[in-house]
Design a protein around this ligand. Structure first.
Ligand SMILES: C[S@@+](CC[C@H](N)C(=O)[O-])C[C@H]1O[C@@H](n2cnc3c(N)ncnc32)[C@H](O)[C@@H]1O
Length: 173
């Protein structure tokens, strides 16, 4: 039986609280903190001007920026009648990428809106090794993962450093 500070035996046990600690650390490790839709919408309205942009969301999470882009396109649907936009969305977590994909179904008109999608479940740094050779982007939109250096796995780190060196930086730990 527990004994309290005054040495009194008590049947009252410490309250237990539900904790989301395991989620928190999983979230921390992948930098999974999502941008509020209202903020994503504001940025998409600013970034998308013609409706025919080629767009990269490098770490799309569950798709707040993707939805914001679709909202923006739907407000422009008359002016962008025959234009095609392209969205490339990358996310390392397959479940999150699927959520982002499902969100496009809320915009059934999106198919009439001429949007070409490419969904990549991949490490951005690896996907980029291929993308930069074949793609050019008018807009890069998103909120990247801010991950502590020690949590970045070796493979991602060495590819990321290669990209940095390629453009003239000298990355150090
Ligand atoms: C800060 S969240 C932002 C998500 C979304 N862009 C938003 O603003 O709502 C970062 C996302 O990056 C993903 N992520 C982490 N490392 C990644 C990597 N190397 N490549 C691609 N995605 C990554 C995480 O799973 C997480 O969903």
């Amino acid at each position: 039986m527990p004994i309290d500070r005054l040495g009194i035996m008590s049947t009252i046990t410490k309250p237990t609280f539900q904790t989301n600690k395991s989620n928190t650390s999983e979230q921390k490790l992948r930098g999974g903190y999502y941008t509020p839709l209202s903020l994503a919408t504001y940025l998409a309205s600013w970034a998308i001007r013609t409706g025919s942009e080629s767009i990269l969301e490098p770490s799309c999470g569950d798709g707040n920026f993707i939805e914001a882009l679709l909202q923006r396109f739907s407000t422009m649907s008359k002016s962008r009648k025959k234009r095609t936009a392209k969205i490339i969305a990358i996310e390392i977590e397959s479940q999150e990428l699927q959520k982002a994909q499902h969100r496009t179904e809320q915009y059934p008109n999106a198919s009439n809106q001429h949007i070409e999608y490419q969904w990549l479940c991949d490490d951005f740094f690896c996907a980029y090794s291929d993308l930069y050779r074949h793609e050019e982007f008018d807009v890069v939109i998103g909120n990247p993962p801010y991950i502590r250096f020690q949590y970045l796995n070796d493979a991602s780190r060495s590819v990321a450093f290669e990209h940095l060196r390629y453009v003239g930086y000298k990355p150090t730990k």
